[in-house]
Structure formats: structure tokens, C-alpha cells
Ligand binder design. Structure first.
Ligand code: GLC
Length: 564
């Protein structure tokens, strides 16, 4: 068992005690994703930070979630919103210090909240000392072995070493200028050029990350979300990829790809699991893994690898009953053999916000540009997002809520081009607007920007729409019909319903377009995605996504009921 002492001399906080149910905490936890730059600004510079996060932890405890997943808080030049890390064992000065991180962990613990942080192991920032040393040392530098430096193809090495593409558009290789000023080798970056890929077959990389894991586990984090997990291993020899004629990073369509979901990646996670298992209190790994089939995803969740995975097929599917039922059944069936609980999720810092997505004609989001440009009907989107929240939180397993989802924030699709920061926008020459629209700072209170995110008069790093005055946490707390009040009721019921966490799902016969299931004797959930109203009979309604008349569930409405 490990324990550790923090910088300020305190003992690392003890994990939140078990709830006594005998179920490991992560098997049914609802985790709230904090994107720290946009959550709350504690020092008044227009950027969110850890002091801001700390001050709002009671809000999260009141909301009723079980814990937080904090998007990267490490030092970073912010070329990709913090997913370009220049030091894995420190805190970005914009966010605070390690002592602030310790304070967040301590306060979260005191409120009974678990904390998962975001590890970004596939790549570093191009400003990481490892990469700077690799560049400065020239062609023969041993430091280059941590990354993928290769000579180019063509007579003068002017062509990239292979045909791999970057997630943000364009080739996955950039050419360096050697210290003597000559055009030199190329390095691999599956994401932005500012994010060089690490070579995970390199022993030093493995050893250094063991230390990173221990560093954060010793400080008391409950787990790590593993960013871009399937990217971490590459096929030996780096052969060309066959993208099937579509030069887009659609990893869900890729089989036998040389830089995605390569079998050797699992060796890394086995090594990590062995480290996590030496700690007390169930420290967990959550995979970010968009792969081609549920069977391939299941491999990441074998008992000696990761604990859970973000459920992308569920997140990305359309607002359509058959598709939803299929993805729910497929998920449960593919996870059952390993005894792994599923997670359910509607959105994240990479996705279109549900209120917008469900208000468009295209309600699926298999690729970030799906539905882009369609004008959303936000009233319809909100109605569906409320029903979608009820469905998600009624399913067995864990769930993720992305900050602002509980307020029903829409995407901000009309941010001026000059404020956009996503490398997706910049690298695609504007063809993809990217993800800034779901990262606009949260509205906390008041009637005009910055809505309590920053002190009055301070402009947040992305501008908030004036129309958000009705969507502040303050306004919604006072309104029993708000999205926030709905999330709070659902989370409270979820916690207080005896036996819910431990029961599976059984479908009831239902009309076309209607999802109707029981969770044992604990709860029944009905969601009407059909064009016709559905009668609920004599059942007792515990909560519904809009108020119901005469026991009838209209289109795009959901209800939780007692099991009659
Ligand atoms: C993950 C992150 C995303 C980031 C990418 C590269 O998909 O969620 O925000 O851009 O990895 O690190």
C-alpha cells in the first residue's frame, strides 16, 4: 500500500470510503467532466483555474455527482487546449500550483467526490524538454529515440516517411530544420505538429510514465483517463496505411490500421494496471478508445487492463429509438463476458453539445462536422436533451456529464473566427470549425457576461452569448423546471433508490419508437421517441422530463416510474 506526503507536508488525502454496498465505486459512478480553462476563474484573468474549481466544488457535491474527471491541468503551450503537455508532473501556472491541485483533491475528498485526471500519453508538447533535447541534439541524438524521427522519402528526403494523416487534417509528419540549418528528419504527430508522438516501444518512455502514474496516485487521485489510448502503439516499420480512400481520421472505420488499435498497445495497459493495483482504494483507468467494433473495445477492458471506457457509440448515435436500443444492447452484451460495467455519455469537450445536436436534422455525430451548418431548433433540442439525460442516467453502469450539460447550454456556433483556438479549425484552413463552441466558459450568475465566471468587467477567454442569462447556475437553481433542477432530481433519485446500482436492465414490450425498461424492482424508464403519445397506465411517475397530463407521455419526453 502506498501513501505519500504532499508538497505542503500534508499526507495525501485518504480515498473516499466505500459506500458499503460492496460494489466498487467506479462501477456505477456519475462523473462530471471539468474543462478547467472554462469552469470558473478564481484569480480574475479571464481563464478558469483551480482556485475557481475549488470554490465551486460544493456546487458539484450538491448536484449529486460521485466525482470529477478533470481535463489536462498540466503545463502546456495550449496548442491543443492542454492536450499538448510540456510537464506531466506539474500544474499549468494559468491554473495554479501543485499545492492548489492538492487542495482540490483534499476538498473533493471532504465532499465525498472522487477525482480522475486526464493523462495524455500518446504525445508530448513540442515544448517538452524531451522533444527540445531531441531537436537540439541533431540527427544522431539519442533523445530522438523517444519519438518517431525518420528520414523522409524522395531523393532529398523531401517527402514524409509514410502516408499517415493527422487527426486535425494534413500529413502526420513535419520536417525539422537540423541545428546546422539544413532541412532534416521528419517527426510523427498523429494530432497537431505541436504534439509529437512518443514511441512506446522505447524503454525510457515506459519507465518515465511509470513514475508519472505513481506521482499522481501518490498525491491521491482516484484514477486516470487515458487520452487517445489506441494511438499509443504503432506497427513496426511504420508501413503506409490503407484509409480506404477517405483521408479523414475516422478511426471507427479502421481495421488493421498501422497507427491505431495496434495489438501491442495492450502490453502498456497491463503494465499500468499492475501499478494501479498496488494502491489502496480502487484506482481506475478510463479508456478513451474509438475503435472499430465492441469486441475490439472489450480488449481494453480485460481484467488486467483498464476498468472502464468512454462509450462513444452511445454518444455519437442519432436520437432514434432503434439505434439507441441497438447500441445499449450491443454495449451490455459486449461488456458482460468481462463483468465490466458500461459507461454512458452524451458529450464532452470534443463534441457538439446535445441541446444543439438534438435540435438539428442530423442528430448523430459520428464525425465532428456532421450536421455542421444546420440551424438548430434549440427548443426541440432542449426537450430531447432532457429526455436523453433521463435515459442515460437510468441505464446500468456509470455515466459522464460534461460541464454545462446540466445547464442545457447550447453550442456556441457563431464565435468569431478570430477567437477560435482549436487546431482543427486552424489546420483545416477553416473547413472544420472545431471544438471551441462547446468550450465557452460557464455562466454562473448575473444577467450579463461574464456571468460570474470571472469578476465583472473581465472578458473570458472565449466570449459568452448574452442569451445565457437564463442559463446561469443561479437562475436555474431557482427554477424547478430548469435543466439543472432535472439533473439534480435524477441524480438524487439515482442515489436514493435502493438496489439500483446493482441491477441490470430488462426491456418491456413497447410500441415502435418507444424505449421501455425496468431496472429490477427499483425503477422503470420510458422514453417516447415516436411521433405518437404513449399512455403510461396506472404507474406512479417519479420524475418526468416535462410535466405530464393524464398519464400520457408526449413525443421526445421521458419518465421514471415505479415498477408496477
Ligand atoms: C483526445 C482529446 C482531445 C485531444 C486529442 C489529442 O481525443 O479528448 O481533446 O485533442 O485527444 O490529445
Amino acid at each position: 500500500m502506498s501513501s505519500a506526503t504532499n508538497l505542503d507536508g500534508d499526507q495525501a488525502p485518504a480515498p473516499v470510503p466505500d459506500d458499503g454496498s460492496g460494489e466498487a465505486w467506479w462501477r456505477s459512478a456519475v462523473m462530471y467532466q471539468v474543462y478547467p480553462r472554462s469552469f470558473a476563474d478564481g484569480n480574475g484573468d479571464g481563464e478558469g483555474d483551480l482556485a475557481g474549481l475549488r470554490s465551486r466544488l460544493p456546487y458539484l457535491a450538491d448536484l449529486g455527482v460521485d466525482g470529477l474527471w478533470i481535463s489536462p491541468w498540466f503545463p502546456s503551450p495550449m496548442a491543443d487546449g492542454g492536450y499538448d503537455v510540456s510537464d506531466f508532473t506539474d500544474i499549468h501556472p494559468m491554473f495554479g500550483t501543485l499545492a492548489d491541485a492538492d487542495a482540490v483533491l483534499r476538498d473533493a475528498r471532504a465532499l465525498g467526490l472522487r477525482v480522475i485526471i486526464d493523462l495524455v500519453p500518446n504525445h508530448t508538447s513540442d515544448q517538452h524538454p524531451w522533444f527540445l533535447a531531441a531537436l537540439a541534439g541533431g540527427r544522431q541524438a539519442p533523445e530522438r529515440a523517444r519519438y518517431f524521427f525518420r528520414d523522409g522519402r524522395g531523393e532529398t528526403g523531401q517527402e514524409p516517411p509514410n502516408n499517415w494523416i493527422s487527426a486535425f487534417g494534413g500529413p502526420a509528419w513535419s520536417r525539422v530544420t537540423e541545428p546546422d540549418g539544413t532541412p532534416g528528419q521528419w517527426y510523427l504527430h498523429l494530432f497537431a505538429p505541436e504534439q509529437p508522438d512518443l514511441d512506446w516501444s522505447n524503454a525510457e518512455v515506459l519507465d518515465d510514465f511509470d513514475d508519472v502514474l505513481r506521482f499522481w496516485f501518490d498525491r491521491g487521485v482516484d484514477g486516470l483517463r487515458i487520452d487517445a489510448a489506441p494511438a499509443m502503439s504503432k506497427k513496426a516499420g511504420l508501413p503506409d496505411a490503407d484509409y480506404g480512400g477517405v483521408l479523414q481520421f475516422r478511426t471507427v472505420d479502421w481495421d488493421d490500421n498501422p497507427h491505431w488499435d495496434v495489438e501491442t498497445v495492450h502490453d502498456i495497459f497491463r503494465r499500468w494496471r499492475a501499478i494501479a493495483d498496488t494502491y489502496d482504494g480502487e484506482r481506475v483507468f478510463v479508456a478513451e478508445a474509438v475503435v472499430s467494433t465492441p469486441e475490439r473495445l472489450a480488449k481494453y477492458l480485460r481484467p488486467d487492463e483498464m476498468h472502464t471506457a468512454f462509450n462513444f457509440p452511445y454518444l455519437k448515435g442519432p436520437w432514434e429509438a432503434t439505434a439507441l436500443r441497438t447500441v445499449i444492447d450491443d454495449t451490455l452484451a459486449s461488456f458482460a463476458p468481462m463483468g465490466t460495467p458500461s459507461t454512458w455519455v452524451l458529450t464532452s469537450h470534443d463534441e457538439i453539445r446535445p441541446v444543439t445536436r438534438y435540435g438539428r436534422a442530423t442528430t448523430s455525430s459520428y464525425f465532428i462536422t456532421d450536421g455542421e451548418g444546420e440551424v438548430p431548433d434549440l427548443e426541440l433540442g432542449t426537450r430531447r436533451a432532457r429526455a436523453a439525460a433521463m435515459l442515460m442516467l437510468a441505464l446500468p453502469g456509470g455515466a459522464y456529464i460534461y460541464q454545462g450539460e446540466e445547464l442545457g447550454l447550447p453550442n456556441v456556433d457563431d464565435l468569431p473566427d478570430e477567437v477560435l483556438q482549436d487546431p482543427m479549425f486552424l489546420r483545416s484552413g477553416g473547413a472544420m470549425r472545431g471544438r471551441d463552441g462547446c468550450r465557452v466558459p460557464l455562466p454562473w450568475s448575473g444577467s450579463q457576461p461574464p456571468f460570474g465566471f470571472s469578476p465583472e468587467g473581465v472578458q473570458p477567454w472565449l466570449p459568452q452569448p448574452a442569451s445565457w442569462s437564463a442559463l446561469t447556475a443561479e437562475a436555474e437553481l431557482a427554477d424547478p423546471a430548469s435543466m439543472l433542477s432535472l439533473y439534480r432530481s435524477l441524480l438524487r433519485l439515482r442515489r436514493e433508490t435502493p438496489g439500483l446500482a446493482a441491477t441490470g436492465l430488462s426491456w418491456r414490450p413497447s410500441a415502435d419508437g418507444v424505449l421501455d425498461f425496468d431496472r429490477g424492482r427499483a425503477l422503470r424508464c420510458v422514453v417516447n421517441l415516436s411521433p405518437r403519445p404513449v399512455s403510461l397506465g396506472a404507474s406512479t411517475v417519479l420524475v418526468s422530463s416535462v410535466s405530464l397530463e393524464d398519464g400520457v407521455l408526449p413525443t421526445d419526453v421521458a419518465a421514471w416510474l415505479t415498477v408496477g
